[in-house]
Design a protein. Structure first.
Length: 198
């Protein structure tokens, strides 16, 4: 993953003389996601400012690498945009019940979590997961993972969510939200669902 100017991404343009493109250059990042299917038609007015916010995130490497938290209505293209970056990352679908179990370091998955912290991570649909109940005690496993990644993560954390600031605070508390401020550049997509009936 190329965090700095002078380090090229995997060249996605189909030609003999493939240009080097950089995530931390907005024009280049636009070309990358457009080539992979995310464009003005997909995102509308969100396209240019979203790409600018993403390139800003990639330009930050000190004191740590930074990702994004992208909020917006369901179906507006949050997940599609992150996938179109084509990053090497662990993709975590929080709508799946088994995901919370897998993220539970107390459940014997310590080595898997340590391995995840070495790479980029995509938490998809933050807020859709269930709170785990252990013998009457509620545990926010995803909040615990975010705090863990804040301490040990070496890559970039990308998050998609339908929740905004006050809702995130209500759901996860000040401790988690404060760490997200250091881990992610925020962006809110204004567009509506692009999904159509078949």
């Amino acid at each position: 993953e190329p965090p700095q100017q002078g380090t090229s991404v995997a060249e996605p343009m189909p030609s003999e003389q493939k240009p080097k493109l950089y995530y931390n250059n907005t024009d280049d990042l636009m070309k990358i996601v457009t080539y992979n299917g995310f464009d003005m038609t997909t995102a509308g007015e969100d396209f240019a400012p979203l790409c600018a916010a993403a390139s800003k995130a990639f330009s930050i490497t000190q004191p740590r690498r930074v990702g994004m938290i992208i909020s917006g209505d369901y179906g507006c293209g949050k997940t599609f945009f992150v996938k179109c970056l084509k990053l090497q990352a662990t993709f975590v679908d929080l709508t799946l019940a088994e995901t919370v179990e897998w993220l539970d370091q107390h459940g014997g998955y310590q080595s898997s979590l340590d391995e995840m912290c070495e790479s980029n991570v995509i938490l998809d649909d933050l807020g859709a997961e269930n709170i785990k109940n252990e013998y009457g005690v509620k545990r926010d496993i995803v909040g615990e993972f975010i705090c863990r990644y804040h301490t040990r993560g070496k890559g970039r954390l990308f998050i998609t969510t339908n929740l905004r600031g006050p809702e995130l605070l209500d759901r996860y508390g000040g401790r988690v939200v404060d760490r997200l401020k250091q881990l992610c550049v925020p962006f809110h997509m204004k567009g509506k669902s692009k999904r159509q009936w078949l």
